[in-house]
Each structure stands twice: as structure tokens, then as C-alpha cells.
Write a protein that binds this ligand. Structure first.
Ligand code: CXA
Ligand code: CA
Ligand code: CA
Ligand code: CA
Ligand code: ZN
Length: 427
């Protein structure tokens, strides 16, 4: 991201240039290197929202911690404003960035246990091939760069649309959040493995859908050189600028761009796009979720969108800090909170309303809930800090940190017939 100071300087230079015919266009400011910092002194949602509004990339936040990624100049500015900033070492600093000759993007040493796009398709095909009666694999469209977007269904009688609660899991909206792809694979492979050995499985009573890589173009770009790119967005250029990428999780069409929880600057990491659903990656989910309205009723009752990092369980709304708002009454808020807390009991995450973190508009869960009535949560997985790897923990943690969510996933599937049941209400 280009720091605000650099942008101001570039604009000032552009404005003082004489507009004579044939004058060279002002040179674009070169992107400044960025560092991750632990921040003290910005502990309220309002303070964190104000930082996000300045296009500062918030990597992790929690009730008592904040990590951001920004330029040296911006860091100096924040210190001048009275915040405490401590630099954190980058994970996987493997030397200068050099494009790798590999045709297929692959993770570097220490990370090869992570699943790239090609490996994902292979794993899914293998899962289906050995369990064709309960697994189907298809796609719900293509990414901006034309990659097919994989879709998995797990249920008994998988080829039939049965009258069962449907549950959706989405992973890797954000490119660099690779651990979430492993989470979707864990859910799929564990449900299948347990099905053979148990009766009364949710595989019989639910229709479970997974979208294991919402943003494959970004995820592949992030691993395309010998050094992680810290990439978050998709890989769609913004017309009329040299900037690339829309933040999918600011591009959903409920209260899109309403409330200072996203950016209108194409170079920002939280760029909301030129209109809601301008990113093909969100538009295809929009289409597909719409196709699950059958006989006037949305079949999907419940949804989890997986992210990293901070170890949080979040629920709507993100766009407002109010506990109740149009479409979210006190009963619904109570259900979100009770089920969120019950799941957090099982994995040790912190459960809170999304806007308790900082205000975000155009997020997936606000849209799922407000427009489809889907009980939608965001999980922010391991770790809590870049000092534990941040977006890039070693592959040796995959098994432990995905299994950590097994009980939460089972609880969630169990309540999918009627989430308000957790508060004693009926459906
Ligand atoms: C988030 C997700 C959904 C609603 C509110 C907040 C957090 C998420 C984000 O900002 O999109 N955090 S993350 N994964 O670091 O980008
Ligand atoms: Ca791999
Ligand atoms: Ca079924
Ligand atoms: Ca069905
Ligand atoms: Zn994310």
C-alpha cells in the first residue's frame, strides 16, 4: 500500500507541474517497504476504525492487542501522534524477491505441507473418487484470472437435493490466509473419514457445502516468488489506475461502503471495488447462494467464513457498532452471541460482535445474514501474533490448529437445524 504521506507528496508534485503539451507524466511514487508493528495505545474499536480509515493495514486485533503493517514514514507519524509501535520480524524472510521458474506456484521450504491450488484440486478429486456416494466436487464459476472456483458437497445421497439443513463453509477470501484452506480440507476429510466409522453423523442429516478457496488468484500470487507477498486482495486491476486488487471482504452488497469500514482508494488493502460484487469472486458466491433459494426458502441456514489471524469468533454486524440494527433484533443477537460463545468454549478463541474489533462494511457475514437470513460467523484462526508466524505459521502447526476447531464445527453442524435452539427458542 502506498503510504498516505507518499501519496500526498505525489499529488502535490503532480499539481505543481506545468500542464504543457507533451510534458512527461509525473512518476508514480515507488511503493515503500512495509513492516509489521505491535501497537499500543489504540485499544478501542473507535481508535482501530480510525486507523483502518487511514488505509493502515490491520493484520490482527483483539481486546488487548493490535498488529498493523505499514511504512516507516507512517510509523513515525503514528509515534508522533502518541502511539507505541514495536517492529516485529517478518516470517519467511528468505532474501530478495525473485520470481521462481516453477510453472505452478508452490510454498517454500517449511511450508510445503500447505495446499496450493493444483494440490487442492487433486485432493478434492481423490476424496470424491474414494467416496462417490457422499462427496461431489464441482465449481461455482471462475475467478478474475479464469481459475475454476471449487465447490464440494458432502451428504448421504449426495446427488439428491434432500430436505435437510444446508451449511456452507468458505475459506481463503484473503489470499495470504493459507491456513484456512487447510481448515476447509480438514472439515471435508474428517467428515468423510468419520462417516465410515460412526452412525448418526451430520453427514446424514445435513447437506454440507465447502468453498475451500474463494480467492485462488490472490493465494497463488502470494506464493509465486521465493518470498511471501503479504497479498490480501484478488488480482483484478482497477481500470484507470496501476493498482491491482479488490478486497473481497469489503465487496459484498449489504451496506457496501456505507460507514468508513472500507477504502475507496484502489491501492488500499481494503479497497472495496468500484461497486458491490465488482469482484468475480464475490459475484459468483452471490449467484450460487441465490441459487439455494428453493421454493422461496433459503436452504442454507448457517455459514462460517474462515480467516487468520487473531483467534476470534465474530458475528454480524460489522458495519455498525450497535448491538441491534435493521434485520438484527435482540433475539437474533442473543442467538449469535450464545452460539458464538459456545463455540469459543471449545477452541479458546475470543467471541465478540465483528464491530467490537473495528468497523467493516461490505463484509460477507453482514450480507449473508441481512439478505439471506443465514447465521453467518467469521472465524479468525491461529495465531494471535506475527511473532508466532502471523499469516505464515510453519506447516507443522496445520494438524493441531485445524483439529482445534473440530468441536466447534461439530457444534455448529448440530445446531444448523435451528441455531436459536441454543437459547431455548424454537424455529
Ligand atoms: C472481519 C471479518 C468480517 C467482519 C468483520 C471483521 C475481520 C477480517 C477483515 O478485516 O476482513 N480480518 S482479516 N482476516 O485480518 O482481514
Ligand atoms: Ca503443498
Ligand atoms: Ca443427505
Ligand atoms: Ca437441500
Ligand atoms: Zn481475512
Amino acid at each position: 500500500m502506498i503510504g498516505a504521506a507518499a501519496l500526498v507528496a505525489a499529488l502535490a508534485a503532480a499539481l505543481t507541474l506545468p500542464l504543457t503539451a507533451g510534458a512527461a507524466l509525473p512518476q508514480q511514487a515507488a511503493p515503500q517497504p512495509e513492516t509489521t508493528y505491535r501497537v499500543s495505545g489504540a485499544d478501542t474499536p473507535e481508535q482501530r476504525t480510525a486507523l483502518a480509515a487511514r488505509d493502515i493495514d490491520i493484520l490482527a486485533a483483539g481486546p488487548d492487542r493490535l498488529e498493523i503493517r505499514t511504512t516507516r514514514a507512517e510509523a513515525d507519524q503514528l509515534r508522533a501522534e502518541g502511539l507505541g509501535l514495536t517492529p516485529l520480524a517478518d516470517p519467511a524472510s528468505l532474501g530478495p524477491v525473485v520470481p521462481r521458474p516453477d510453472k505452478v506456484a508452490e510454498f517454500p521450504a517449511g511450508y510445503t505441507g500447505y495446499t496450493n491450488y493444483a494440490e487442492l484440486n487433486t485432493r478434492l478429486a481423490a476424496l470424491r473418487a474414494s467416496n462417490p456416494s457422499i462427496v461431489s466436487v464441482s465449481n461455482y464459476g471462475r475467478s478474475f484470472l479464469g481459475r475454476t472456483l471449487p465447490l464440494v458437497k458432502i451428504s448421504d445421497n449426495v446427488g439428491t437435493d434432500e430436505d435437510e439443513p444446508e451449511v456452507l463453509f468458505t475459506c481463503a477470501q484473503h489470499a495470504r490466509e493459507h491456513l484456512t484452506v487447510e481448515m476447509c480440507l480438514r472439515i471435508a476429510e474428517r467428515l468423510v473419514a468419520n462417516y465410515a466409522s460412526s452412525t448418526g453423523s451430520t453427514v446424514n442429516s445435513r447437506e454440507i457445502w465447502l468453498m475451500p478457496m474463494l480467492n485462488p488468484d490472490g493465494a497463488e500470487f502470494d506464493i509465486a516468488s521465493n518470498r511471501f507477498a503479504f497479498w490480501r486482495k484478488n488480482r483484478q486491476p482497477t481500470a484507470g489506475t496501476s493498482a491491482v486488487g479488490t478486497d473481497p471482504n469489503r465487496n459484498w452488497g449489504y451496506q457496501w461502503g456505507c460507514c468508513g469500514g472500507s477504502s475507496g482508494s484502489p491501492s488500499s488493502d481494503t479497497y472495496r471495488g468500484k461497486s458491490a460484487f465488482s469482484a468475480p469472486e464475490t459475484a459468483r458466491v452471490f449467484d450460487w447462494v441465490g441459487s439455494r433459494v428453493v421454493g422461496g426458502r433459503q436452504q442454507i441456514t448457517s455459514h462460517i467464513d474462515w480467516h487468520t489471524y487473531s483467534e476470534l469468533i465474530l458475528w454480524p454486524y460489522g458495519y455498525t457498532s450497535a448491538d441491534t440494527a435493521p434485520g438484527l433484533d435482540a433475539d437474533a443477537a442473543a442467538t449469535f452471541q450464545a452460539l458464538g460463545r459456545a463455540m469459543a468454549q471449545t477452541n479458546g478463541y475470543t467471541a465478540e460482535q465483528a464491530s467490537d474489533l473495528y468497523v467493516t462494511d461490505g463484509g460477507i457475514d453482514d450480507w449473508m445474514w441481512a439478505t439471506h437470513g443465514i447465521w453467518s460467523y467469521t472465524f479468525e484462526m491461529y495465531p494471535v501474533s506475527q511473532s508466532q508466524g502471523g499469516f505464515y505459521p510453519r506447516d507443522s502447526v496445520i494438524a493441531r490448529e485445524t483439529a482445534r476447531n473440530d468441536a466447534a464445527v461439530d457444534l455448529f453442524l448440530g445446531y444448523a437445524d435451528c441455531p436459536p435452539r441454543i437459547t431455548g427458542r424454537t424455529c
